[in-house]
Design a protein around this ligand. Structure first.
Ligand SMILES: Nc1ncnc2c1ncn2[C@@H]1O[C@H](COP(=O)(O)OP(=O)(O)O)[C@@H](O)[C@H]1O
Ligand SMILES: [Mg+2]
Length: 309
């Protein structure tokens, strides 16, 4: 695996710094015949803003789920904020997961509830007993939720049903909900894959601003090279569940990334898929509508649009 990682002409990411907040060592995860992650190692230092870049099926979501303890590896270890996840169950696991916020591709809001109630669900791990609408939440939590809504620019929509908002607004609610945990780490799984380019740019900028303001460590999966380059501090490229690229974005061009992907591609079909998915630079991609079908279609679909800025 080290032979596949990055190339010597680009700067290595700073993830190997002392006291990583995320330390993944040699994890393998299989689902039946499918190897989703293969002897994958990754360290992320405090405050880093890391993009996981890769085609559909490369293992991005599976890796993010391991960082949150939602999935367990077949072998290898995952240590988050100094705690080995494999040893944690019950309350200690919930406590650790409370420090890790998660932003989902499809927002995962309850459309029939108000925006404020959706944000409050981010505090559920701290609330005991049944909750009847807003009455079940303490005043401090409601004030905190309103503060987070203000932070994402949606205070005026607090009492509106979530399903009346645009996609970009719904994802901002998703971010406010994650902030209710006061997380130290923010994981985001293709947070803008369902959004138009303008809303995507707003949501990504907001995540970065909040991360920097609050000193969060961020790991965010994306499939657009341009967006990854302009947004992240470090790109970790995944392919077939392995890290094939790990580099600071500074000084890195789209061409560098494409070359590295090209070098580790094993078939022409895969290269075609990369060209289609990762951009229009090579003359094969087409700008199209956002794909509502989820990431599974992206490798073969020309609607895998490129968020160019
Ligand atoms: N729960 C699951 N059951 C079976 N296969 C899965 C499951 N989760 C992921 N996989 C497979 O693991 C591989 C990696 O998937 P995933 O992590 O979702 O990739 P990505 O998020 O990069 O698209 C894919 O081949 C996918 O089909
Ligand atoms: Mg995914």
């Amino acid at each position: 695996m080290p032979g596949l990682t990055s190339n010597s002409s680009v700067t290595t990411g700073s993830g190997s710094a002392a006291e990583p907040v995320i330390d993944v060592r040699g994890i393998t995860k299989t689902f039946g015949e499918t190897t989703a992650l293969s002897d994958l190692s990754l360290t992320v230092a405090r405050g880093e803003i890391v993009v996981l870049l890769g085609l559909s099926g490369s293992g991005k979501s599976t890796l993010l789920r391991h960082l949150d303890g939602l999935d367990r590896p077949d072998s290898g270890t995952v240590t988050v904020l100094g705690a080995p996840l494999s040893g944690l169950k019950g309350r200690p696991l919930r406590a650790l997961r409370g420090q890790v916020g998660f932003v989902f591709q499809q927002f995962e809001l309850v459309g029939s509830l108000t925006v404020l109630e959706n944000v409050l669900t981010g505090a559920l791990f701290r609330v005991r007993g049944p909750r009847l609408g807003l009455w079940g939440y303490r005043r401090e939590l409601k004030l905190a939720a309103l503060g987070h809504l203000d932070r994402v620019g949606l205070l005026a929509q607090a009492y509106q049903r979530a399903d009346t908002l645009s996609g970009g607004q719904q994802q901002r609610v998703g971010i406010a909900r994650a902030l209710m945990q006061n997380p130290r780490i923010l994981l985001a799984d293709e947070p803008v894959a369902s959004l138009d380019p303008e809303s995507s740019a707003q949501v990504m900028a907001l995540i970065r601003e909040i991360a920097i303001d609050s000193g969060l460590t961020v790991v965010c999966s994306l499939h657009q090279v341009d967006l990854a380059l302009s947004w992240g501090d470090r790109i970790v490229g995944l392919r077939h569940g392995q890290v094939v690229l790990d580099t600071a974005t500074q000084g890195l061009s789209k061409q560098n990334v494409m070359e590295i992907y090209g070098r580790v591609t094993t078939s022409t079909g895969e290269l075609d898929a990369i060209e289609t998915e990762l951009g229009t630079e090579l003359g094969t991609g087409e700008a199209g509508e956002p794909d509502e079908q989820s990431e599974l279609d992206l490798a073969t679909s020309s609607s895998a649009w490129d968020n160019r800025r």
